[in-house]
Design a protein around this ligand. Structure first.
Ligand code: PEP
Length: 256
């Protein structure tokens, strides 16, 4: 199966940005700008506090909702956490899991990522599983080792059907929020390696259907070239998703 058989998926990770009123303004503007975009999945990931409001705005539109994290228990004495049933109730279809900022600042590990991935799937929420090497890993020639570790750790124990409901986001940590983008060739090299890992762990057929997004300083200027690579199936966008116009341009560059 070629890239053209996989629907591209563009997700905007708003991180710790936007009050509810700012989220309303951004979503309302985006909804208009991408109203005619077909053949691409469009996702926004606001903070927890804005999810339900954004969900109301995008109802009956072509935009879907993601959360930026989830906890693995459904309810109970876990102060500060948010559960999968709550995220579903707020209108989410996707959850970003294992973002490098969560691994770096909040102690996320392959084990917790895997637990959260399984939790999301068991509640019919699609996980966007983030993987990616640090600059020192790349410079020391450890990129593939780190990617193998993140991919096998994050997807451990998933059935083929569960993997097919998951999205992998390759995000080199050195490219996130730095303005340094991986070259299209660098992105393709790692995406194709991830697909090979999935082929070895599952099958060629399953691996060919899994969508792998690239993330790391994706902008309107570089999106089309990155997404022209055969194994790059879309983008996870941070900074450029905070402006409706730039995010809409990235969405449009994914349409073949
Ligand atoms: C991200 O947060 O996933 C990301 C890729 O950020 P940025 O686009 O700002 O590099």
């Amino acid at each position: 199966m070629g890239r053209t058989m996989r629907t591209p998926i563009i997700a905007g990770n708003w991180k710790l940005n936007n009050t509810i009123s700012e989220a309303v303004a951004l979503t309302t503007a985006l909804k208009d700008l991408v109203a005619d975009c077909a053949g691409v999945e469009i996702i926004v990931a606001p903070t927890f506090t804005a999810l339900a409001t954004v969900s109301d705005i995008i109802r009956d539109s072509n935009i879907r909702l993601a959360a930026q994290d989830v906890y693995w228990e459904d309810s109970g004495a876990f102060t500060g956490e948010v559960s999968a049933p709550m995220l579903k109730d707020a209108g989410c279809d996707y959850i970003i899991i294992g973002h490098s900022e969560r691994r770096q600042y909040f102690g996320e590990t392959n084990e917790s990522v895997n637990q959260k991935v399984k939790t999301a799937l068991s509640h019919d929420l699609k996980p966007i599983i983030c993987v990616g090497e640090q600059l020192e890993d790349r410079e020391a020639g450890r990129t593939e080792t780190v990617i193998e570790n993140h991919v096998s750790g994050g997807t451990a124990g998933l059935s083929s059907a569960q993997l097919l409901s998951s999205i992998i986001a390759y995000e080199p940590v050195w490219a996130i929020g730095t303005g340094k983008t991986a070259t299209p060739a660098q992105a393709q090299e790692v995406h194709s390696y991830i697909r090979k890992l999935l082929k070895d762990a599952y099958s060629a057929d399953v691996a060919s259907q899994v969508r792998i997004q690239y993330g790391g300083s994706v902008k309107p200027e570089n999106a089309a070239e990155l997404m022209s690579q055969p194994d790059v199936d879309g983008a996870l966008v941070g900074g450029a998703s905070l402006q409706a116009e730039s995010f809409a341009e990235i969405v449009k560059s994914a349409i073949l």
